[in-house]
Design a protein around this ligand. Structure first.
Ligand code: SF4
Length: 234
């Protein structure tokens, strides 16, 4: 490895999905970074939670170290799709800001090349850091998971206060925001949570609020990583 490559920020990437239709406008290249401060009971990407690369019982490797330039090679090669569909780069996770320097450098590289950027965030990040990313992010996908602090802590590990402060900060800053709201049977399919979401949906600063159905496609990955499988009936 030459010195310039060694000094570039490296990220731990567990997947890159190309031509994705569900991660923002148009066709997207979605880069999934490892590491998350939350532990949502319904998480369907358990391989995203720990920051370090992991090896499953099957021998499958979850996460590899990549430079910004290595990721950008893939992103760049999809450029013609972005131009015809209005798509771009989405950075997801985990929580991408756990790998803050890498996430920032990747957003910067994409913006430098005129590529539309979307950041998928759970919102559990320092407000100052999130504010620093504002000029680099064209669209925020922001999760809302539970309507009150006690339940939020029970189901995700944190009380949600920082998440709501960050959402208000983005609103005040005039960011473009789509709210993404998993609806999990027995967890947040209540009238109280529905009312909380409806209140956010009515706010004119929120461009879109999506209610996402729970699915159990991550269960095999829990087993491979020797983690307890979430016990939800659907
Ligand atoms: S925020 Fe997302 S990645 Fe993190 S634990 Fe929750 S569902 Fe999983």
């Amino acid at each position: 490895m030459n010195n310039s490559k060694a000094s570039e920020p490296h990220g731990i990437v567990f997947d890159i999905q190309r031509a994705s239709l569900h991660d923002g406008p148009g066709l997207r290249t979605t880069v999934f970074l490892k590491g998350c401060p939350l532990r949502c009971a319904w998480c369907h990407n358990p391989e995203s939670q720990r920051r370090a690369p992991e090896v499953g019982l099957s021998g499958k490797v979850y996460g590899r170290s990549m430079t910004v330039e290595e990721v950008m090679e893939t992103v760049r090669s999809d450029r013609s799709f972005y131009e015809t569909s209005g798509g771009g780069l989405t950075i997801s996770g985990g929580e991408p800001t756990v790998q803050y320097a890498f996430c920032q450098a990747l957003l910067f590289a994409a913006k430098l090349e005129g590529i539309h950027t979307c950041l998928d965030t759970c919102g559990q990040v320092s407000t100052e850091r999130l504010r620093e990313l504002l000029p680099l992010v064209d669209l925020f996908h922001f999760d809302l998971k539970y309507w009150e602090p006690e339940g939020h802590r029970r189901w995700t590990g944190v009380d949600g206060a920082l998440i709501l402060r960050n959402l208000e900060m983005l609103v005040e800053a005039g960011a473009r925001i789509h709210l993404r709201c998993p609806i999990v049977p027995g967890v947040n399919d209540s009238e109280a949570h529905a009312a909380f979401l409806a209140e956010w949906e009515r706010r004119p600063e929120i461009e879109l609020l999506e209610r996402l159905p729970y699915h159990s496609i991550g269960n095999a990955k829990y087993e491979d990583l020797a983690m307890p499988v979430p016990a939800f009936e659907i």
